[in-house]
Structure formats: C-alpha cells, structure tokens
Design a protein around this ligand. Sequence first.
Ligand code: GLU
Length: 422
Amino acid sequence: MQAQPGDKVKLETTEGIFEGTLLPRPELLSNDITIIKLKTGYNIGIETKKIKKTTILETYKAPLAKKQAAKHNPELPTIAILSTGGTISSRIDYRTGGVYADYTAEDFVNMCPELQQIANIKASKIMSIMSEDATTTDWKTMAEAAVKELSHVDGIVITHGTDTMHYSAAALSFLIKDLNKPVIITGAQRSIDRGSSDAFMNMVCAVTAAAKWNGAEVAICMHATMNDDYCTLLRGTKVRKMHTSRRDAFHAINDEPLAHVKTNGTIEITNENYRKRNDAKPSVRKISNQVALIQVHPDMDLGIIEYHLKQKIKGIVIAATALGHIPITQKSLGPAIAKAAKAGVTTVLCSQTVYGRVHPYTYTNLRKVSMGLGVTYLADMLPETAYAKLCVALTEKDPVEFMKQNIAGEYTMRELDDSFLL
Ligand code: GLU
C-alpha cells in the first residue's frame, strides 16, 4: 500500500531515519521531493531518490471525536457558545498542510469536557470564516445570534479568529443595545490540534466569565501571560491585538482590564467600573458598511478621500498622528475633507499612537481641523473602535451625536498613565 498524505510514516533514507506525517507535495515543488511533518511540528523535505524504504506506521484518520450528548445539570448556569471560525475552530489539513476552519461549537464541548463542570453548554456554529474576511453583515449576524440566545441563557461565548476579534468586539458593543448579560469573545493563536494550543484554557476561562462575571458588556477573554496561568477579560471597546503570535497578544488600551479569570473558576475583578447584569431587553441596531478608515502618513496621497467619495462613502475615520494632526501646511488634506463634509460625509479622528488622546484645540493646526473643517475628535477612542462605531452611528438619526456619546465604555474619562504598555 502506498503512503497517502496524512499517514504517519517511517522513512529510511541514505541520510538517516525520519518519522513524521506525510504531507502533500505543494504544486510548485518538484516531484522529486517528499515532505513530512516531524513530531516537533517542523516540516522537512527529502529527496525522494534518497528514500530506501517507507513504512506506514498509522493511516490517516479524521480527528473528530465521537459526539456525546451532554446531561443537563439544573445547578449550573447555561451558556451558549456560538462559533464563527478562526484558528480556534481550525485544525491542520494534511492534504494542504495549512489550517482550516472545521470544528463546530459542539466539538469544543466534546474536546474540552471540563466545560460541562462550569455550565450547561448550548452550542451552534453561526459561520465558518477567517476573521480577516469578516464583514459588517457578519457583525450583524453575530449580534442577532447573540440577542436571540440571550433570553434563555445566562451568558454567551463567541469563538472567533483573533486577527479582527477586537473589531468584532467593538462592533457588537455598539450593535447590541441594552445588553443584559455578558457576551464573551475568545479565540486561539495556535490551532486546537497542537499540543501548545491556547484554545482550551481560553475556552474554559471564557465560559467561566460568561457564567460568573456580573457584567453585561461585550468583552474579550484571552491568555493574560505567555504561560497557561490565567486569562484577562478586556472591555470590547478598549482592546487591541498587539502581537502577531504571542498568546498574550490582547491588551487593554487606555483602560484597565476588567478581570482576571482563572481556570479554577475564580474571577478577580480588576476594574469595578462596568455595566452590571440587568433586566433590560436587548435589541440589535442597524449597521452601514459605507465607512473608510484612513491612516495618515508622511507624503500620503491626498487623493484617497476623493477615491472614497467616488465609492459613495458616508463616514471617514482618520487615524491621525499623535495629538490629531493631518497634513495641512505643505500639502493639505483640508479641501478634500471640506468636499466630503459638503457631500454629507461624517469625518471623525483618532490617534494612530493608540495610547493617549487627541486634543482638538492644543495647536492652531488642530483647531483648523476640528473647528475649521468640522472633524470630530474622539479623545482616547481606538481607531478600530471608531470604525465599528461609525458603521453603526451612520444608521442613527444624528451620527455625530452618537459618536460623542459614551455608549459602551469607549471613552475613558480618567488619565491612565499606569496602564501604558502593560
Ligand atoms: N487569521 C485568522 C483569523 O483571524 C486566523 C488567526 C487566528 O484565529 O488567530 O481568523
């Protein structure tokens, strides 16, 4: 029998013996190379002519576990897990060597049985996407699915790709009006079939937070440190992915983390300033996708706003430099912003430094932008949060008024110098 991709094989070669999982040969690679994934996770290529003998140690089996029906425990709260895709729902596809979204929320429960010690789990897959592909329509679908469940569960966990998790967290914070229970978003930096996956601990902590935290906010729950010690709960409007690959990539920006969540089921509150569980009836606001997020940079092409106007954009978020500067002296973005305003476009501005706040009046140039061009300065709001908020604000009666209101903790009134780069 010839070895197939996915089979565990032993290759006896002129250069030694290698054991690993046979991977498919990428189309661009010559037929003369055989690739295997070693136990360490590394892939190696071996010249096929150097292989003297191939032994199949184990044939490839689909890794999904047999599903078991969960028993309802009336003493425990009930949590709905809604899965949307991303690495936390992915496993390695041995036919392509990449990772693909596959596991449903039900599969998480089967793979992580301790979840049933914390809560009764209701599970459903609402979409299966990588988060870089998420659209404003997907945000609406997530919000609607969460609100549908909220009337008969004690909290919600949404599993999500990490890349744009903070955009979704912000979008859901604004889309869900009158939130009454926690909506906790979690994910994983390493896929679930790797020994080093952070998925299990993140899931346990997210379900713990959804079951026990007394908050009624959208929050992200992810590893707090590089170790598997505890997770941090971060307000959905004040959080950002700050590292490409570390487990502790998510941080609170211009805000304190809401809580530390431990795998033993305890929650240590680190920020008392949050919306508490309540009896409100949540509903879903509308959303627009006619918003552009524009990063200011030296020698930028000033035609970018013209371009967006042609696309019939209705809102612009400018990620300006530091206190809120845009090019205005040598070459000016001013006339394009004025033209956008005339066409009914709402322009708002945040800082690309991420930490700190923009100040509309400190310098003459800033006054030219805020007072002269009517651009709304958003204090310490993150550009990604402002983008999600403006998508929702455009469907409200007075978008600028909506942008100025503190709807979901997106403005922190206090200066938080102690939390810088923590
Ligand atoms: N880029 C993918 C996503 O955000 C995978 C990364 C991840 O989940 O960590 O969905």
